[in-house]
Design a protein around this ligand. Structure first.
Ligand SMILES: [Cu+2]
Length: 129
C-alpha cells in the first residue's frame, strides 16, 4: 500500500512539472490593441496610449488600420526619430497585424505612408523582461 501511495504522488509531481509551463504560458501573452478603439491612425497620441501600460516578452501588439491609408514599419531608434522609411526592420500591410514581442528593450514603429510619421503616427514601447 505504501509503495502504491508513493507511486501515485510521484505521478502527481510529474504531472505538475509538465503542466506548469503551459499554465505559465497561458498567463503570459497579453494583447495590446494599439490605440484601443481608434486603432492605428493620424489623430492618436501613441505616447499617451503607452502611459500606464506594461509590455512584456510574449505580449502581442495588434495594429488595426485601413490598409489603403496606413502601414506599420518596425524601425530603429534613428528612423523613429527622423521618420526614416528606407531601412525598416519589418513592414506590415494587412490592416490587422499582430506582432509578437520577442525581445526585451525598446521597440519603434512608424507609419511609412506619406508624412504620417512626421504628423505623429509613431509608437515607441519599452519592453520589460
Ligand atoms: Cu499612416
Amino acid at each position: 500500500m505504501l509503495h502504491q501511495g508513493n507511486r501515485f504522488s510521484s505521478l502527481i509531481i510529474i504531472y505538475a512539472i509538465f503542466s506548469l509551463p503551459s499554465l505559465m504560458l497561458k498567463s503570459e501573452g497579453l494583447e495590446h490593441i494599439v490605440g484601443d478603439s481608434t486603432g492605428w491612425e493620424l489623430s492618436t497620441n501613441y505616447t499617451n496610449w503607452t502611459q500606464g501600460r506594461e509590455f512584456h516578452v510574449g505580449d502581442v501588439l495588434v495594429f488595426n488600420y485601413d490598409k489603403d491609408q496606413h502601414n506599420v514599419m518596425q524601425v530603429n531608434s534613428t528612423a523613429y526619430a527622423d521618420c526614416g522609411k528606407d531601412n525598416y526592420i519589418s513592414l506590415y500591410t494587412k490592416g490587422n497585424d499582430s506582432i509578437v514581442i520577442s525581445e526585451v528593450g525598446e521597440h519603434w514603429f512608424i507609419c511609412g505612408v506619406d508624412e504620417h510619421c512626421e504628423k505623429g503616427q509613431k509608437l515607441s514601447i519599452d519592453v520589460a523582461s
